[in-house]
Design a protein around this ligand. Structure first.
Ligand SMILES: [Mg+2]
Length: 224
């Protein structure tokens, strides 16, 4: 408990991953694993299973491509028409996790809040808009959204990304707490720089002092 008190005393900025942390993954999954394969199947008159296989093989083959997370790139590459139509069809799947808004509201009274995401601009802007976290609301809730493909020309949240985030925010590593659902990119990597990090494990598979299962667990730590 003494350590928790220390955490609240040290932290100035609380940083969140977006997908799987604040926003449900249903929308992304529907685009990558349903819309694109379905459109590919229709275009090439293939059974869906075969189309899915080909699409997934192509995802694997191009991993690391600078536009890998850009849905527009895949719609162009496979000639599947306008990505905006697919988005419109699946937009209802963009949802915040149930506890996210309440937790953000509570934390915003005392902390600077930011998002550090690997999501490409089309995705994260659409999500934030759909969630009414666009424009003014976004500015009110979050000081900044750092998206690795757009701001850093990188796919992954590596050490350089976190270092640059600290620099732009003008804070020391121990003044930031990052929260995310990926044990490597959201936890292990920022920790190598001395950033506090918590692993959000919504499935309840992991246990430990640095694992939380729900964003509400941040409240007693940060607003004791
Ligand atoms: Mg995530």
């Amino acid at each position: 408990m003494a350590q928790d008190m220390t955490l609240a005393g040290q932290i100035k900025v609380v940083s969140f991953d977006l997908d799987g942390t604040l926003v449900e993954e249903a929308f992304d999954n529907a685009i990558w694993f349903e819309e694109i394969p379905q459109r590919y199947a229709a275009k090439h008159a293939l059974p869906l299973s075969q189309a899915t296989e080909r699409v997934l093989a192509e995802y694997r083959a191009l991993r690391g491509h600078p536009r890998w997370t850009d849905m527009g790139f895949w719609f162009e590459r496979f000639a599947l028409g306008d990505w905006r139509d697919a988005v419109a069809a699946r937009r209802h799947l963009i949802r915040l996790y149930p506890e996210a808004a309440e937790v953000l509201r509570a934390l915003s009274s005392r902390y600077r809040l930011v998002i550090v995401t690997q999501a490409e601009r089309k995705f994260h802007e659409l999500k934030l808009r759909t969630l009414r976290l666009g424009e003014q609301e976004l500015r009110a809730a979050f000081e900044a959204v750092f998206a690795t493909p757009d701001h850093f020309g990188r796919l992954a949240k590596d050490r350089e990304v976190y270092r640059e985030v600290l620099r732009r925010l003008g804070i020391a590593p121990h003044e930031m707490l990052h929260v995310g659902d990926h044990s490597e990119y959201d936890v292990a990597v920022p920790r190598t720089l001395g950033i506090h990090a918590l692993h959000l494990d919504r499935r309840g598979m992991c246990q430990g002092p640095d694992v939380i299962h729900d964003l509400r667990a941040l409240l007693p730590l940060l607003l004791p």
